[in-house]
Design a protein around this ligand. Sequence first.
Ligand SMILES: *[C@@H]1O[C@H](CO)[C@@H](O)[C@H](O)[C@H]1NC(C)=O
Ligand SMILES: *[C@@H]1O[C@H](CO)[C@@H](O)[C@H](O)[C@H]1NC(C)=O
Ligand SMILES: *[C@@H]1O[C@H](CO)[C@@H](O)[C@H](O)[C@H]1NC(C)=O
Ligand SMILES: *[C@@H]1O[C@H](CO)[C@@H](O)[C@H](O)[C@H]1NC(C)=O
Ligand SMILES: *[C@@H]1O[C@H](CO)[C@@H](O)[C@H](O)[C@H]1NC(C)=O
Ligand SMILES: *[C@@H]1O[C@H](CO)[C@@H](O)[C@H](O)[C@H]1NC(C)=O
Ligand SMILES: [Zn+2]
Length: 552
Amino acid sequence: MVSFFLLLLTQLLEGLSKQSTVSGAAQRFASIPSFNIGISMLVGGPSGLPALLPLLLAAMSFFCSAISIDEARKQLLMREKIMQLGGQLVLKKEEELANERLMALKRAEMRQAMKTQKFPPSMHFFKAKNLIEKSEVFTILKKMPKGAALHVHDGSIVSMDWLVKNVTYRPHCHFCLTPKGTLMFKFAHPTPPTPANCSEWILLEKYRKGLQNVTEFDNSLLRNFTLMTKNPEVTYANQNIVWSKFKTIFITISGLVNYAPVFRDYIFQGLEEFYQDNVFYLELRAILFPVYELNGTIHNQEWSVRTYKEVACVFAKKHPGFIGIKIIYSDHRFKDVSLIMKSVQTAMTLRTRFPRTVAGFDLVGREDTGYSLYYYKEALMIPASQGFKLPYFFHAGETDWQGTSMDRNLLDALILNSTRIGHGFALSKHPAAWTNLWKKDIPIEVCPISNQVLKLVSDLRNHPAAVLMATGYPIVISSDDPAIFGAKGLSYDFYEAFMGFGGMMADLRTLKQLAMNSIKYSALLDIEKKAAMKTWEKRWNNFVADLARRPK
Ligand SMILES: *[C@@H]1O[C@H](CO)[C@@H](O)[C@H](O)[C@H]1NC(C)=O
Ligand SMILES: *[C@@H]1O[C@H](CO)[C@@H](O)[C@H](O)[C@H]1NC(C)=O
Ligand SMILES: *[C@@H]1O[C@H](CO)[C@@H](O)[C@H](O)[C@H]1NC(C)=O
Ligand SMILES: *[C@@H]1O[C@H](CO)[C@@H](O)[C@H](O)[C@H]1NC(C)=O
Ligand SMILES: *[C@@H]1O[C@H](CO)[C@@H](O)[C@H](O)[C@H]1NC(C)=O
Ligand SMILES: *[C@@H]1O[C@H](CO)[C@@H](O)[C@H](O)[C@H]1NC(C)=O
Ligand SMILES: [Zn+2]
């Protein structure tokens, strides 16, 4: 009798979730908030739920009073399984087989970790990286078609090794040392005059010839380009210290990346790294910093967008299944409002000129020390006041400081109609914003390694996205600035989410939902999404077939 009821309930939920793909708005009620936030919301909900449901719920309470403890916990467990991200997906037979293989490996790794008390998601990524690379689950995640990377920044998509080994070895590359001991780079010929606040320009080609141990020097460059270090807890004692080095890295590498010939190769190489990691589409937050030529010519932002577009096009021709890139034009949140007014206008111009490449606008930089979205309201209302549709993709809630103006960025992002939310780390502290964002089906772009390295949370099992995942809130997983964190593509972040947020509960359904979310919540046009989903599905089926055929 009880299992019959459960079957009924499950079917009802499935039916609702199917409906919801037709009418998106109903979905938020159909899936989780109903069971999470409360029955009253369900019954009183606006989405025209079947009259059957209150009856069923009444029936449930009747049965509940009569059933054993074992049945009661089975029911609770079942409900939580359905609630979690991907919990409503029904796997095909081969997917079930693949899931068994995957979960066997996952359980073995979790058991081992519980024994040794060495669990990568609970450790700092710099210390966990080697362990992750030994994990079989990680090997599978690398092979998994993950869909799209929706939250990555322009200057940190290529392994820093490539900058050292390829870019700094090109002719006419100079560097100088600032009084603080940080580096700056410039390609020029002949050697330009000494800049303010830096030593004279040193030609690398010549400098390396005079060194006894070039490897040692190259390693020192690499240390300038990433946050990686053996003892991160000691090196980065607090958020200020780690952000200070983080910002310095962007300044250091800008002279390398923004040299026109490098700029093109850099984009290509970045797409290559993501493609190798089975990611087929990217939305890049791009500052569109001026790109320069050897003779000093400086290109404008249109040139940069055009170059992104051209390189992605060439890349797609050489890489089957690659879908492309879009640019989210971004400016710094420490500039004053008059400057941001100008960049909002630039964003509008760029979007008009490149409607299929420029997806929208964002403000980047550290929220804790930058201006709030509210401060920029005058600038951010410009498009709406002119009837212009400029989608926003705001970073919001990347903070530990509850109740501050920065923390309220999440509320403002909601009010300003942000299409997605970058990080949303503070979301669980704002239940009203949370509920409204959910109703509007606004996804959170979760970047686990970034949040850990930048010291918002140390043990990723305690990341608030674990709650989002358990309640089935729409999230996507991304990597923010993988190269600076010593990561690559999306797989490391997927590992942290799958093992750390999901624990023993997350399975192939979770992974499938995350991949599908990345396409669903992208800025692709509907017709592009359909094509992308098809491409992804083909790869997914191959991945599942391989995994299912794996020997036990
Ligand atoms: C750097 O990479 C490009 C291709 O991306 C290649 O053509 C070039 O030869 C490489 N240069 C060096 C110095 O390795
Ligand atoms: C350069 O140095 C001057 C004077 O020492 C200082 O005022 C200025 O802020 C510095 N600029 C940069 C970019 O570091
Ligand atoms: C150069 O430095 C590297 C890294 O510090 C070291 O492993 C290597 O042995 C050194 N080579 C020589 C010839 O000293
Ligand atoms: C950056 O590179 C310079 C030049 O080799 C070196 O002196 C400095 O120690 C490096 N910085 C770090 C943090 O390793
Ligand atoms: C500078 O170099 C670029 C790229 O090689 C070239 O297109 C441009 O014409 C040059 N401009 C001048 C003023 O020499
Ligand atoms: C947000 O959407 C509402 C409702 O469509 C609209 O009235 C408002 O102007 C929008 N705000 C912005 C900043 O676009
Ligand atoms: Zn970011």
